[in-house]
Design a protein around this ligand. Sequence first.
Ligand code: C2E
Ligand code: CA
Ligand code: CA
Ligand code: CA
Length: 279
Amino acid sequence: AKSSGRNSYKFYTADLNARAREILAIESQLRFALERDEFVLHYQPLVDMLTGRVVGAEALIRWQHPNLGLIGPAGFIQVAEERGFIVQIGNWVIREACRQLAEWLARGLPKMTVSVNLSALQFRQQDLTAVIEDALTEYGLSGDCLDVEVTETVVMEDAEATLAAIERIKAMGLSLSIDDFGTGYSSLSYLKRFKADKLKIDRSFVRDIPGDSDDAAITRAIINMAKYLNMQVVAEGVETREQWDFLAGEGCDLVQGYLVAKPMPAAEFATRYGETPGV
Ligand code: C2E
Ligand code: CA
Ligand code: CA
Ligand code: CA
């Protein structure tokens, strides 16, 4: 047992070194990824449970790494936040999402909203409203084309400044979604002040419904609370018919998840969701 303990210790440090090297490699290359145009957005549909229609798409970033292939956000967003790159990357996401939506609309796709994920640094290190306004103007879009997703943690950090920025963003016609709802360390009282348009129930609550009675109760409570507060509810990570049926029965408004579709490249999204044929 002792020798195997030593072995696993060796493996452990080897793993750590590999991980440290990987982070270093990511850090040094992340710096250049923007100028090398290596980021790409994938889009996942948001579906209205009543009509079955796609009413929006969430833009989710990926990094097309020259030798490592397609890297998901879990592989680099945290490093980007720690090193401050997330501000420039996040600005690119806003502009690219606007560019893509304008292109879709020009090609005759039905009107929909594109949601972008915002990180706390984007509020803190710049005038985010100016960035958004420029992107909308450049691509000829109205504010209601964009939805911004922030987590409870973003909202709670530096609440006064964030609140001011969010109010200006909402005045521009954008909608606001609270992402990963229920997982942050926060007080519900912020819901009164931020007047979010949507609550996105985190996947961790959705995963085990309807079987897990605690998760079913939490999900039901979030849906009802959102209704009383006049917010729409989005269930994230819906993978099964059983989850869908439970959520429909509880009056959930919108659904996002593999049951409908995984995030996909823009071209595939356009093909699947309604380029008008023959126009
Ligand atoms: P998120 O905002 O909660 O996005 C939803 C994540 O859940 C996405 O992972 C999506 O692919 C995944 N997902 C959707 N439906 C299902 C499902 O049915 N089952 C399972 N197992 N997963 C599902 P992804 O694309 O890997 O993104 C992870 C996180 O990275 C996002 O979580 C978001 O926090 C962050 N992120 C993504 N794009 C951006 C970005 O442009 N800026 C910032 N700051 N963060 C981003
Ligand atoms: Ca999100
Ligand atoms: Ca989420
Ligand atoms: Ca998440």
